[in-house]
Design a protein around this ligand. Structure first.
Ligand SMILES: C[S@@+](CC[C@H](N)C(=O)[O-])C[C@H]1O[C@@H](n2cnc3c(N)ncnc32)[C@H](O)[C@@H]1O
Length: 305
């Protein structure tokens, strides 16, 4: 695990609208951007299913050590569009799952998925800004925090407050990027080689300013917040485009969001490459490439109160 600054996916850059502006200032473009972010999170759940299964199975296995005298309460912190909420509800058939997020759009997608899956009686959504403090959710048995803590203004304080409302022996499981997701071969057949490396460097520099805890050691931060780390595990993401029909769509959604945020920092040749990748009718279109290799590492850290 290298805990240097790493680039996160564009959907992971900020709140779902990833523009750094406060909520309540949304215009038309922001709504479209928020919906694009939600689509990207949905694709993350579908294309990286193997990663999600490994991570959620490991968290569920850690839960078996808790005594079951009452219905367990599971919180999905910064739930996004609910891949974790729904996955945990399926794996823990007696638990109540509370999906907390600051995005109404994301929560409405979770409500719809929970209804469709017949899980609406056990999965509920709660709109809350965790920078303003924790809603009254005591006592919590397990909190799943995937790619969300680095968005908070003070994650250590949030983890310390969370510890206070977690039952004795209860768990928190944090999933964060260790190595950023990559999609592309070095030579794309357009532009000069190394496009993705340069784009990730730019993204990483933006994140170093805007989201300073990306790439932090979450084991250390959990320790500072009073938690006892019981498991730290790297889960490798490794998917190829011919094997996964949605990989091209995921890559397209990823680079489309990148194109909104970073165009002023890429040079003219790289901008041209980005346009070629996003041109769905062109010869280099992400949607139709068979040479995509999705590769990255997410670290799962589980801690006990
Ligand atoms: C990158 S997404 C991760 C979503 C989901 N956990 C996943 O892994 O697919 C980060 C989520 O954190 C939410 N978020 C960011 N800041 C928040 C805050 N202050 N309070 C509550 N949720 C927040 C965003 O709205 C977004 O849904």
């Amino acid at each position: 695990m290298s805990h240097s600054h790493h680039a996160d996916t564009p959907a992971h850059q900020g709140h779902l609208d990833h523009d750094g502006r406060g909520h309540g200032e949304h215009g038309h473009d922001d709504a479209a951007s928020e919906s694009g972010g939600a689509d990207l999170l949905d694709l993350d759940g579908e294309v990286l299913r193997a990663y999600w299964d490994t991570a959620l199975d490991r968290v569920t296995a850690a839960m078996t050590s808790l005594p079951t005298t009452r219905q367990a309460r599971v919180v999905d912190l910064g739930a996004g569009t609910g891949t974790g909420s729904l996955g945990l509800a399926r794996r823990l058939p007696d638990a109540e799952v509370v999906a907390v997020d600051v995005s109404e759009l994301a929560l409405s997608r979770i409500d719809a998925k929970a209804r469709a899956a017949g899980l609406a009686d056990r999965v509920r959504t709660l709109l809350a800004d965790l920078d303003a403090g924790w809603p009254d959710l005591e006592p919590i048995d397990l909190t799943w925090a995937s790619m969300s803590l680095h968005h908070l203004a003070d994650p250590t304080r949030a983890l310390s407050d969370l510890r206070r409302i977690t039952r004795d022996g209860g768990l928190v499981a944090v999933a964060e990027f260790d190595e950023p997701l990559r999609f592309l071969p070095d030579d794309l057949g357009v532009g000069r080689p190394g496009f993705e490396t340069r784009a990730l460097e730019v993204l990483s520099a933006v994140h170093a300013e805007a989201l300073p805890t990306i790439g932090a050691s979450w084991a250390e931060l959990l320790g500072e917040a009073g938690w006892t780390v019981v498991d730290e595990h790297d889960v490798v993401i490794d998917e190829r485009s011919p094997d996964h029909p949605l990989a091209g769509r995921y890559a397209r959604a990823w680079f489309d969001r990148l194109s909104h945020g970073l165009t002023d920092r890429l040079d003219a040749e790289d901008l041209h490459t980005l346009e070629a990748l996003l041109d769905d009718d062109g010869p280099h279109a992400l949607l139709r490439r068979s040479d995509l290799h999705l590769h990255g590492v997410r670290t799962l850290t589980i801690a006990r109160r």
